[in-house]
Design a protein around this ligand. Structure first.
Ligand code: FPP
Length: 244
């Protein structure tokens, strides 16, 4: 990958960036620290990344913070992650709101602890009129489950006679996903060297450019974000058409 010095000044950034923030545990382990220390540092990097995205003019940022499979982790780690999320919302909501950030949460939110759900809805309510950056955080999220839930809603509507089966098309289907109203991601970044989707935005990423940055999430800096954007601009997005 070429160096991307000041690349952001040369081309428009992708409108929507999605990030699989991976490697907090390995970062902590390498320092002989508990995993929560990696998540704490990871949460700081989330704050910085939101700022960088605003500076670069990115319109939407979507972060994979907790997958529906993450419940398999030890209870103490899950509790720590939920605590971190509560802290983040309590501490940063006013700043995010003032910075023109609109917050949205996707995933099966009903499966989260009650003391996490209320601050989430509060954050959505307080920032709903902001439009500088839409920050979507995926919590208890699984792409397959999101698709199944959308299929269920459509099947129920059809069974109740409110919808003709022939009316179901891609647009209608997408409008029943958690991400309704948010454009599909242009660029998906995964840190840590792993190269898979891990059930993130499966429907929405049909034509998303994937860029894998081989640093652990707590080490992710603005230069890495710019490097990923630079790589994105080098790609030839054809959406299935020929190269001409
Ligand atoms: C992946 O690292 C990271 C997570 C599962 C959690 C991401 C959470 C944060 C960055 C902090 C809280 C988020 C917000 C929005 C405030 P891992 O634990 O899977 O790392 P490993 O693969 O090295 O074990």
């Amino acid at each position: 990958m070429e160096a991307a010095t000041s690349y952001s000044q040369k081309a428009d950034p992708p409108a929507h960036i999605a990030i699989i923030m991976d490697g907090n545990g390995r970062w902590a382990k390498a320092r002989g620290l508990p995993r929560i220390a990696g998540h704490q540092k990871g949460a700081e990097v989330v704050r910085e990344t939101v700022t960088h995205c605003r500076e670069l003019g990115v319109a939407c940022l979507t972060l994979y913070a907790f997958s529906s499979e993450n419940w398999k982790r030890p209870t103490a780690e899950v509790d720590d992650l939920m605590g971190l999320l509560r802290l983040y919302l309590r501490r940063d909501l006013i700043e995010l709101s003032r910075a023109g950030v609109r917050m949205r949460f996707i995933g099966d939110l009903r499966g989260l602890p009650a003391d996490v759900i209320d601050p989430l809805y509060e954050a959505e309510r307080r920032t709903r009129d902001n439009s500088d950056l839409v920050l979507t955080v995926a919590l208890n999220y699984g792409g397959r489950n999101e698709i199944v839930q959308a299929a269920r809603k459509l099947a129920e509507a059809a069974a109740a006679g409110r919808l003709q089966v022939q009316e179901i098309d891609e647009q209608l289907f997408a409008s029943h996903l958690d991400t309704a109203g948010i454009p599909d991601p242009d660029l998906m970044i995964r840190t840590s060297g792993e190269q898979r989707m891990s059930n993130f935005l499966l429907w929405q990423s049909a034509y998303t450019e994937m860029v894998f940055i081989p640093v652990l999430w707590p080490d992710f800096r603005k230069s890495h974000l710019e490097e990923a954007i630079h790589e994105f601009h080098r790609r030839d997005r054809r959406y299935g058409a020929s190269s001409g």
